[in-house]
Design a protein around this ligand. Sequence first.
Ligand SMILES: Cc1cc2nc3c(=O)[nH]c(=O)nc-3n(C[C@H](O)[C@H](O)[C@H](O)COP(=O)(O)O)c2cc1C
Length: 175
Amino acid sequence: MEFIDVIKNRYSCRDFSDKQVEPELLEKIVNAGGIAPVGMGSYENFYMVAIAKSETVERIRQAIIDNEGDDRTYGAQAYVLVYSDAINDNPHYKTSLQTVGCLMDHMSLAATELGVDSLYLHGCFHRLAESNSTNLDFLDVPENFQVVCALGIGYAKEAHESLGDVKSKIEYKII
Ligand SMILES: Cc1cc2nc3c(=O)[nH]c(=O)nc-3n(C[C@H](O)[C@H](O)[C@H](O)COP(=O)(O)O)c2cc1C
């Protein structure tokens, strides 16, 4: 796929089928995240956990359901959780959030290129972290890291159409 077509094919999937994500594809996706641009090159401020094992995926989904009341991950069959230790009152907080966005975008585009659908999940993971829930502690991430967001990954129940020739959805000017 031409790179511009990868961009036009990426979209937020909110209806995943129960088809499992192949571990080797998950590894390619997480590796794409791990070579994204990182503010100040501070790779040590970030951590990712990629999960395709179904019982672990379901345990995470249950943590979200317990906190939200419903499955805000829309049946995703794999996750990449993105953690940062530069959060809230850390002076590098804003840089850290922008870096996380870069990691996430790299992963979602890599997923698209591999024919895998994805969804950027910030709200439900942010609320889980803020609720001081211990439900994700079993993932045993190094101390001081907090989950910022996650990429939900899987295969959509229904095919999605490429954006085709649609132009920017954001107003801009060229001067
Ligand atoms: C920083 C960020 C956070 C997002 N958080 C969520 C989220 O928590 N839940 C969700 O369903 N979608 C989330 N999205 C997806 C957006 O709603 C989606 O990208 C937007 O509506 C445009 O649709 P598209 O991705 O299909 O082009 C998030 C996207 C970004 C960039």
